[in-house]
Design a protein around this ligand. Structure first.
Ligand code: AMP
Ligand code: GLY
Length: 426
């Protein structure tokens, strides 16, 4: 079967790497792709934002499955448009993609069907936002989270630990006039991400991970798309995972099916493991980046067969997805300046040496300049390794990082630190 993969990041490189190992694959096409993806796929001149061009390409190249990696094309309705010509798609349609595209949509759905999540208000004006701060007083001061409604690529969220921070975030949010936003209760606990496949009716757990969103060591500094991750998330025990599936994911899938907008693809539930059980922080309607890299490093099944079963509504016929017991850990090498303006054009060398001991270097923001591989974006590489414990995977991943020659890049040196600390106590 021919497959078209949409996307250009480290997530899509990991998907391409795994799809290329599938026995049923004939030709893998990827657009826009990157030099890492090009090792496993043909990169046609195709703009995924041009839905007519995508449909034409799918028809002309006998594509049997379209896999959509990033959220933007999903929110834009690319999955609906391809399904309309009868071709299976891995990824939700426009309505179901609102789970990521609109925080207000998700919060209202949670409220309607009783899904545990932070208490919230939807606001559309500065005065309305300021007024609801009185409902979020903890130990004599304001404590809340302020979120802009639309897709924000990891930005647009302020955790305010006092009134001054909350007021500053609200002033900032409404500088350009009215916008939609959510103000919600601050949840305490450890965060974990749960991935679940759904074909609209059935669900299957598809691994867990923890990522590191802040740019600096010790989880400090500005938010990023993710500086590293590991899988599985030890904090998400089998019991908590069962609760999250039953109390959060299952009712969401059922509610969307009941509305006539079934969810097809992978649902990424960002959870807070609170003293009262798992609560939903947010949904994403795609694999995480770099969480996908660690999931693919552990997934033991045939990816094409699995994604096709999801896209064709046959998930219930598949055996439960199987993951290696090993821990996978990925370290993002970013270009200097990220998450501000990254320094692009820096040369990257020695990837073969980095992969010599079994690590995998997934490429994100890279491009070829003549024969040289250079940085072209903020997050450039995701250096991924496995090991029996988090500490082993961490050692192997940093050994591979150290083999790479990328002078204009930087990494966090402490990916996995919470889990490594926990292992020391075991
Ligand atoms: P989001 O874009 O909704 O995932 O928010 C980004 C980050 O903000 C999350 O990964 C959390 O670390 C933090 N966050 C969001 N909502 C809450 C909440 N209600 N309580 C505590 N932290 C939160
Ligand atoms: N790493 C976080 C995300 O993909 O949203």
């Amino acid at each position: 079967m021919n497959v078209l993969l949409i996307g250009a990041g480290g997530r899509e490189h990991a998907l391409a790497w795994k799809l290329a190992q599938s026995s049923g694959l004939d030709t893998l096409y990827a657009a826009p792709g990157n030099p890492g993806i090009a090792r496993h796929a043909t990169i046609p001149p195709l703009d995924p934002a041009d839905h007519r061009a995508v449909i034409d390409f799918v028809r002309r190249n006998q594509i049997g499955l379209v896999v959509i990696g990033p959220e933007q094309p999903l929110v834009d309705g690319l999955a609906d448009n391809v399904r309309a010509i009868g071709v299976p798609v891995f990824g939700p349609g426009r309505e179901a993609a609102k789970l990521e595209g609109s925080k207000g949509f998700t919060k209202d759905l949670c409220a309607r069907v009783g899904i545990p999540t932070a208490r919230y208000f939807k606001v559309t004006s500065k005065d309305g936002a300021l007024a609801c701060l009185e409902d979020f007083i903890v130990e004599g001061d304001v404590r809340c989270v302020i979120k802009a409604d639309g897709l924000a690529a990891g930005k647009g969220v302020t955790v305010a630990m006092n009134r001054a921070e909350a007021e500053a975030a609200i002033a900032d949010l409404f500088t350009g006039g009215p916008v939609q936003a959510v103000i919600e209760e601050f949840l305490e606990g450890e965060e974990a991400s749960l991935f679940v496949l759904s074909d609209g009716t059935s669900v299957a757990a598809f691994g867990s991970a923890q990522d590191h969103k802040r740019v600096g060591e010790g989880d400090t500094g500005p938010n990023t798309g993710g500086m590293g991750a590991y899988s599985p998330a030890g904090a998400l025990t089998a019991d908590l995972e069962g609760r999250a599936l039953g109390e959060i994911v299952r009712p969401t899938i059922d509610a969307l099916a009941a509305s006539g907008t079934p969810y097809t693809g992978v649902l990424y539930a960002g959870l807070m493991l609170t003293a009262h059980g798992p609560k939903l922080i947010e949904y994403n309607v795609r694999f995480g980046d770099p969480e996908c890299q660690v999931l693919m490093a552990r997934f033991e099944g045939d990816l094409l067969e699995t994604l096709l079963a999801v896209a064709e509504g046959r998930l219930a016929d598949l055996p439960a997805p199987n993951f290696a017991e090993a821990v996978a850990l990925t370290v993002v090498m970013a270009a200097r300046g990220y998450p501000g303006t990254p320094e692009t054009g820096g040369e990257i060398k020695n990837l073969d040496a980095a992969e010599a001991d079994g690590a995998i270097v997934f490429q994100a923001g890279t491009r070829m300049e003549g024969d040289a591989l250079v940085a072209s974006g903020g997050r450039v590489l995701a250096v991924t390794a496995t090991g029996a414990r988090v500490a082993d995977a961490q050692t192997a991943a940093y050994a591979a990082v150290d083999a790479i020659d990328f002078p204009t890049g930087f990494v966090r040196r402490d990916i996995g630190w919470r889990a490594v600390e926990r292992e020391k106590k075991d």
